[in-house]
Design a protein around this ligand. Structure first.
Ligand SMILES: Nc1ncnc2c1ncn2[C@@H]1O[C@H](COP(=O)(O)OP(=O)(O)O)[C@@H](O)[C@H]1O
Ligand SMILES: O=C(OP(=O)(O)O)[C@H](O)COP(=O)(O)O
Length: 394
């Protein structure tokens, strides 16, 4: 059983709050999207209003990536979003951080530096070992409690996610609570259950497809995006060199697993019946039987949306992850817009993924029963597995 903020005596407590504000970063270093920051306003605002001394812990990007930056811009944005004053400190643990936490006044928020600036935080540990890392051991003496609101990172077993609750009382924040309520019991949602798997994390999507087909959680899996192209390729369709290269690059070893899945569950896995390419600046749709083509397949076509839409209309639960095409280009946003719109006909709809959430916002689509802040974490739960960071709170 996970304790929540309802069980927490917040007044004057120094509380470390792990959030997931990992966001797209623009070329000039500014935040390109603040959706994930907005999601945590409830938890951070509530704690500040209840006179806690709020210490924010978060990561941004991965070492070596263009989006691996400090949290200064995130702190400034949180200061705009929250009623409480927000400061930023360019340290995460050690005496500088502990002194700043000790000096923090009730009702104020302090954002510490990107946890992944420290090598321990990109490694996985069991909770009791994570508790002994420099990061956790070097900050926890200044904390009275720990709140985990970082649902989108809860599938990681990193020190800031699993180590603190081993040494100070741990609670789930409001985002975590809402996500677990909506996603934690997927097996009891209305049937038939259809998983729509798109986007470009092909390896992950094939794992999910395999798990939900094996367990019977999914009655049908509809594929689109690069995932759809991968299953087309695996089913023997020649896409053309451009698309095949993307598939091989994204799927790697997983391609063989896609072939095996089609052999075992061919009747429960649907592949696109047409694709869209760009020709002379125009969107052109090509039936699968007319492939290969020299242009890359960047979206599903309208026949596919029609077939998938009919299936979704008779569905109890539709679970969607990943855009159906390169939604960042207007001409290829059509499949994502139409497919996600069609999914709203299902009795219960769950949508997850960082890029998916951006796509929905860009396309002005709302009205789903649950839009998850997490991609990988949501899919982990939706395959019926547990999340290490939630286990650590239990
Ligand atoms: N047919 C396609 N070819 C190339 N990229 C695609 C295609 N369909 C979708 N994508 C890309 O997939 C990316 C999002 O995938 P992913 O990261 O898996 O989604 P999420 O973050 O929602 O889990 C987008 O950048 C989109 O452009
Ligand atoms: O963006 C995240 O995950 P997501 O892309 O699966 O939604 C989380 O912040 C976790 O980041 P990570 O995948 O670098 O551990």
């Amino acid at each position: 059983m996970v304790r929540t903020l309802d069980d927490f005596d917040a007044a004057n407590a120094a509380v470390g709050v792990r959030v997931d504000i990992n966001s797209p970063i623009a070329a000039d270093g500014s935040l390109a999207d603040d959706t994930r920051l907005r999601a945590h306003v409830d938890t951070l605002g509530e704690l500040a209003a209840r006179d806690a001394r709020v210490v924010v812990l978060a990561h941004q990007g991965r070492p070596g990536g263009d989006d691996f930056t400090t949290l200064a811009a995130h702190a400034a944005r949180l200061d705009d979003l929250l009623d409480a004053p927000v400061d930023y400190l360019d340290a995460t643990f050690g005496s500088t951080a502990r002194d700043a936490v000790d000096a923090l006044e009730p009702g104020r928020v302090l954002v510490l530096e990107n946890t992944r600036f420290y090598s321990e935080e990109v490694m996985s540990f069991p909770p009791e070992v994570a508790a002994e890392t420099h990061l956790v051991a070097g900050l926890s003496p200044a904390l009275d409690a720990y709140v985990n609101d970082a649902f989108a990172a809860a599938h990681r077993s990193q020190p800031s996610l699993v180590g603190f609750p081993a040494v100070v009382p741990g609670y789930a924040g409001r985002v975590m609570e809402r996500e677990l309520d909506a996603l934690g019991d997927i097996g009891s949602t209305p049937t038939p259950r259809v998983y729509v798997l798109g986007g470009a994390k092909v390896d992950d999507s094939i794992d999910v497809a395999s798990s939900v087909l094996d367990s019977g959680l999914a009655d049908t899996v509809l594929t689109c995006g690069v995932v759809g192209n991968t299953f087309l390729h695996a089913s023997g369709v020649e896409l053309g060199a451009e698309s095949t290269n993307v598939v091989k690059d994204r799927a790697g070893e997983a391609l063989t697993r896609a072939e095996r899945l089609l052999e075992e569950y061919g009747d429960r896995i649907r592949v696109p019946v047409d694709v869209a390419v760009e020709r002379d600046g125009e969107r052109v749709e090509i039936p699968v039987e007319d492939l290969p083509t020299t242009e890359p397949a960047m979206d599903v076509g309208s026949e596919t949306v029609g077939v998938y839409g009919d299936l979704l209309a008779d569905t109890g639960t539709a679970i969607l992850n990943g855009p159906a095409g390169v939604f960042e280009m207007d001409v290829f946003a059509v499949g994502t817009r139409e497919l996600y719109r069609a999914a709203q006909a299902a009795e219960y709809t769950v949508v997850g993924g960082g890029d998916t959430a951006s796509a929905l916002r860009q396309l002005g689509l709302s009205g789903f029963d649950h839009v998850s802040t997490g991609g990988g974490a949501a899919l982990t739960l939706l395959t019926g597995e547990s999340l290490p960071a939630v286990e650590a709170l239990s």
